[in-house]
Write a protein that binds this ligand. Structure first.
Ligand SMILES: NC(=O)c1ccc[n+]([C@@H]2O[C@H](COP(=O)([O-])OP(=O)(O)OC[C@H]3O[C@@H](n4cnc5c(N)ncnc54)[C@H](O)[C@@H]3O)[C@@H](O)[C@H]2O)c1
Length: 257
């Protein structure tokens, strides 16, 4: 299986990649491991600096770290401008990973929380795609991989309820729209729906809870961030050029009837 573009080195724009045990960091690492340059965007500036240094020193590929709030158009547009004016190769992949949970029950959910959760989990992917797709069209190669969740299909879970489910379901619609509109350029767009992944996103969860979540899955374990990362990078390869508009379930068999 190849993870290459077939058109030379390209830059992968990865959002939400500062958390050291998070999916985005694993995604950024895997792109660099496979020879991609990486533009790393995150709202946590201090952690991002450390994460970017690690990726750069481990794999020796060009890495640019940019403080960015993906829910804010000015911030995203500034990041896109910085990438365009940098020495990085053309943008070849957009890997939207950044997201936040929302544990509030529906009747307790404030409009403010709904808007915040939607802004990061769905609008953020819209803003990042709109800002960076022109660079992919110009570079002649493009892959978009967006982060949805099993929660979009289940309608919520223990740690993230309706606002998160709605935003992640929005990501699936956004992805299908992108796939349709940009197929004419050979640009693909796919969404990923992970089940429970072993990261720090479930703030306040106990080891007992975490074990219970793993026990509910046929594979009897949580997904590793590296397993999600492999899917992102493979969907960004030339080999995956005819896969578009899909929703990729990576959930350890959670949907076996
Ligand atoms: N962990 C899971 O079980 C799981 C399952 C399904 C989907 N997901 C999704 O995967 C993605 C990554 O989750 P994770 O578990 O690695 O989470 P995490 O909390 O470990 O990492 C999230 C990262 O996103 C960054 N971020 C948050 N808000 C941001 C913003 N406004 N702008 C830029 N960066 C921002 C954080 O600083 C952090 O580095 C999220 O979209 C999440 O919803 C996670």
């Amino acid at each position: 299986m190849s993870f290459q573009t077939g058109v030379g080195q390209r830059t992968a724009v990865v959002t939400g990649c500062a958390s050291p045990r998070g999916i985005g960091f694993a995604v950024a690492r895997r792109y660099a491991q496979e020879g991609w340059a990486v533009a790393m965007l995150d709202i946590d500036e201090a952690a991002l600096k450390i994460a970017a240094e690690k990726v750069k020193s481990e794999f020796g590929q060009p890495v640019l770290a940019m403080h960015c709030n993906i829910g804010d158009k000015t911030s995203v547009d500034a990041a896109a401008k910085a990438v365009m004016e940098s020495n990085l190769p053309p943008v070849g992949a957009i890997a939207n990973v950044a997201g936040i949970p929302s544990p509030s029950s529906f009747l307790e959910l404030s409009l403010e929380e709904w808007n915040r959760v939607y802004a990061v989990n769905c609008t953020g992917s819209f803003l990042v795609c709109q800002a960076f797709i022109p660079q992919m069209i110009e570079g002649g190669y493009g892959r978009i991989v967006n982060m949805s969740s099993v929660t979009a299909q289940h309608g919520g879970g223990v740690f993230s309820k309706t606002s998160y489910a709605a935003a992640k379901a929005g990501v699936i619609g956004l992805t299908r729209g992108l796939a349709r509109e940009f197929a004419q350029y050979g640009i693909t767009a796919n969404a990923i729906c992970p089940g429970v992944v072993d990261t720090d996103i479930r703030v306040g969860s106990t080891p007992e809870n975490e074990a219970k979540l793993a026990e509910a899955v046929p594979m009897k374990r949580q997904c590793k961030p590296e397993e999600i990362a492999a899917l992102y990078v493979w969907l960004s390869s030339a080999d995956a050029g005819y896969i578009t508009g899909t929703t990729q379930n990576i959930n350890g068999g959670a949907y076996i009837a």
